[in-house]
Design a protein around this ligand. Structure first.
Ligand SMILES: [Zn+2]
Length: 621
């Protein structure tokens, strides 16, 4: 089932590096030449040694030329092997004393700092320069302690050709043009990890708006302002939602987003200044058919989860990406409602199940990986998001969001590992959630495979729910502990009956006042599990017709589509014509497509004529 191990055999566990110095502040004063594709300047670190008698400080500086190093203004001995820069301190320093280490350097970076320019194939391409530090590439454009477990405030003073603008973290404190050169000075007074230091140079135009008292600015290549504004229009609403829901107001003095050409990812959550690919800029027609809110919400949520509170090492990267992914759900839920948000859950599950079955199975948090980039997979993003969704439903909204507020407050400006999150949940709720983190994140891997059957015994007035965990318990794949519920519709009302799975097989007998028309195990499909469900046909029909959550109506449509026959066809036809949510209409259409009778075809053609929702039309056609 699992094609290979996640990490190559013999891979040694990766731990966060030793911190020899505590860096307080980073000043980058550089000159960038877009034409020559070069950078040169000085990085100055204000720092203190952590252990007394420290004599050597090691920094990362890859393929950079180091011209000189001074400590407190005095030149010192250094060694540079092309990757590591070792600086010798002239004398032992007291741990409380602040050192000022200044490194003069130059380079023509191949990574970390990217130079974009027109060429024969693309004569209209703009001249731009932008950075991508995550995960370990800041070291290609300035000497630094290049690991997330060190945080400092930062400033960047950059000189560029006079016609260009340069964006960096924080606020612009100075901007002056002198002949053919322009120098911009940016400063961020909130400590962050150095992979989040950003620089984006180009002929950018700005669209300025605000949220509460915070400036919110969108930058795009001059001439594309309207597209930028259209694409990012809901940013202030997202700032309001996350500030409220996370219980910590947006923590930086400004929020900028800049669209750049040829970006190597969709977006990057650089502190207070997110970089986005310009391929998502939307013209008016595109905006009718889709939005990129998920991307915008994802990068914005990282400002809390990733930037303010940061994974201690990349093996804990899900603490950044799982939350950013889940925040896409939170935005969708607020903006379009739970039914629309639940569609994301299905997409994530598909991505994760595919990776798990075709590539490898791993624990979400792991020290065993070959390169940090390998960690950024569907286990990290999609399963990570689903795990948080389960935790939310297990605890309830008050406890879940209360615990997030506590976690952010406790660890802001710091670094975290999974146990810190578990402990924050325990602090805030009193509930020990170690078992949850152990099975879903830290120690175990995989997911449950569930076989569920539900029956109603009219004579005894008892519903019987049988649930079996059929996954093979071996290696890191455990028998799961799963708190969930069964939803019965009795009369007009839903009754949620809590159940908890701990054994390989459970048979629950649940007494009800009257015959239920619906019997839904795990309503809302919260549990990340493969599931086979067996229930009477008329119960499926009732659920397709009237389950409270669209995702449960869609499940019914899928189950009915597999069965065929005139009654099932009619049930699907009615849902296709009448369901209020487009994705259920789409699922009904797909069910009918499987049925493949003439009548099913007629129903589809009629529905296509009446359907106005573009995504439902795509599912029907
Ligand atoms: Zn992300």
């Amino acid at each position: 089932m699992t094609a290979r191990e996640f990490a190559l055999p013999g891979t040694r566990p990766k731990f966060a590096p030793d911190r020899v110095v505590d860096i307080h502040h980073i000043t980058l004063e550089i000159d960038v030449d877009p034409q020559a594709r070069k950078v040169e300047g000085t990085v100055t670190l204000r720092a203190a040694v952590i252990a007394p008698n420290t004599r050597t400080i090691e920094l990362d500086a890859v393929e950079l030329q180091i011209d000189s190093v001074t400590v407190g203004g005095t030149p010192v001995t250094f060694r540079h092997d092309g990757k590591k820069l070792r600086v010798e301190l002239p004398a032992p320093h007291a741990t409380a004393a602040e050192l000022v280490i200044a490194i003069r350097y130059r380079g023509a970076p191949r990574r970390g700092l990217y130079f974009i320019a027109p060429d024969e194939g693309y004569p209209d391409k703009p001249v731009q320069v932008w950075t991508q530090g995550q995960d370990e590439d800041s070291r290609y454009w300035f000497p630094c302690f290049d690991a997330p477990n060190e945080k400092a405030t930062s400033e960047l003073i950059v000189t560029v050709p006079a016609g260009l603008f340069a964006l960096s973290n924080g606020t612009l404190v100075d901007d002056r043009t002198d002949g053919a050169k322009r120098t911009l000075h940016w400063r961020l007074d909130v400590p962050h990890s150095c992979y989040l230091i950003t620089l984006a140079i180009g002929d950018f135009a700005a669209v300025e708006t605000s949220w509460r008292d915070t400036p919110v600015v969108y930058y795009a290549q001059r001439g594309r302002e309207a597209e930028a504004e259209r694409t990012l229009a809901r940013t202030p609403e997202m700032l309001e939602l996350f500030s409220t829901q996370f219980g910590v107001a947006y923590p930086y003095p400004r929020y900028a987003q800049v669209f750049v050409a040829d970006f190597i990812f969709g977006g990057m959550e650089n502190t207070s200044a997110t970089t986005l690919t310009d391929t998502v800029l939307m013209d008016e027609r595109a905006a009718l058919d889709y939005d990129v809110d998920s991307l915008v919400a994802h990068e914005l949520a990282h400002q809390w989860f990733g930037d303010l509170v940061t994974c201690r090492d990349w093996g804990e990267g899900w603490l950044n990406e799982g939350f950013a992914t889940y925040s896409e759900y939170l935005w969708r839920e607020r903006h379009e409602g739970r039914d629309a948000a639940d569609l994301e859950l299905e997409e994530w599950a598909d991505c994760y199940f595919g990776e798990d079955s075709r590539r490898y199975r791993r624990t979400i948090a792991t020290k065993l990986y070959d390169e940090p980039i390998d960690i950024f997979d569907h286990h990290l993003y999609d399963k990570g998001g689903r795990v948080l969704h389960m935790l939310r439903h297990f605890l309830g909204d008050d406890q879940f969001f209360g615990a997030l507020r506590h976690y952010l407050g406790k660890h802001k400006h710091g670094v975290v590992e999974s146990r810190d999150l578990a402990r924050a949940f325990e602090d805030a709720t009193g509930k020990n959630v170690d078992w949850f983190f152990s099975q879903w994140v830290i120690d175990s891997a995989g997911h449950p495979e569930l076989e569920v059957s539900v029956r109603w015994d009219a004579e005894r007035g008892i519903a019987t729910v049988t649930v079996e965990q059929t996954q093979k318990v071996e290696g890191r794949t455990p028998l799961f502990r799963i708190p969930t519920s069964v939803r019965f519709r009795v009369g007009e009302r839903d009754h949620d009956h809590p159940v908890e799975l701990v054994d390989p097989k459970h048979v629950f007998h649940i007494r009800l006042d009257a015959e239920p028309t619906q019997m839904i195990f795990d309503p809302g499909r919260v549990i990340l599990a493969g599931m086979k469900v067996d229930k009477p046909e008329d119960v499926w029909w009732a659920e397709l017709q009237g389950a409270t959550l669209a995702i449960d109506r869609s499940s019914a449509a899928q189950a009915i589509g597999k069965r065929g026959g005139p009654h099932n066809e009619r049930a699907l036809g009615e849902a296709l014509a009448g369901d209020e949510f487009w994705a259920v209409r789409g699922a009904a259409a797909q069910g009918l497509a499987i049925v493949r009778t003439t009548m099913a075809r007629d129903r589809l053609i009629t529905a296509l004529g009446a359907e106005t929702h573009p995504r439902a039309r795509r599912m029907i056609a």
